[in-house]
Design a protein around this ligand. Sequence first.
Ligand code: GDP
Length: 197
Amino acid sequence: MHIKSAEFITSARSLPDCPSWDTPEFALIGRSNVGKSSLINLLSNNDSLAKVSATPGKTRLVNFFLMNGSWCLVDLPGYGYAKAGRSEKFDFNERVGDYLEQRANLRRVFVLIDSRLAPQRLDVDFLVWLAATGVPFSLVFTKVDKQSAAKTQASIALFQGRLVECLGSEAEGFACSAQTRVGRDEILRRMDASLRP
Ligand code: GDP
């Protein structure tokens, strides 16, 4: 899919604040610093669309980016921000939960996983919760340029093995690098397929 235009539309604090439209949406979510902003910039071919930040947990709002005037990338706050206070963290997750459980025009969720890490409990717990909602999802294993292809493959296999234990099956996954742009075409192709009736 060719990206001809990408524009920031709005930030929402909660579900009622989200745009009222039936534009198809793809949500991106993952732990802080996993590379979500970089992925949005990569997909949109725009290095400054989402802010890339070295400070974990800065994103607090649900951000909407309209692509080609017809579908939307939705940037969800990262989960598991350790520095946030207990009640803030809970509240924050609840809003994301509302969006994921109730948004009628949400087509698919892309869950970002750092390809260099052993399976993290926070990611696996989140995926178990997400799978129970019934919303279709894919995994994006990020930052694959930072290690050998063999290490990435081993890490992905380990993660998929955990999902088989916890969910009973593997999930669709993409290996991706915002630096080398590997994975971009495959992810966009997946989105394109999800937009077709
Ligand atoms: P976010 O907090 O999930 O939005 O993560 P960011 O997109 O801000 O990325 C966090 C850090 O990881 C930044 O320093 C990025 O430059 C870096 N980063 C993100 N994706 C990649 C990648 O694919 N390759 C490399 N080498 N660095 C990346």
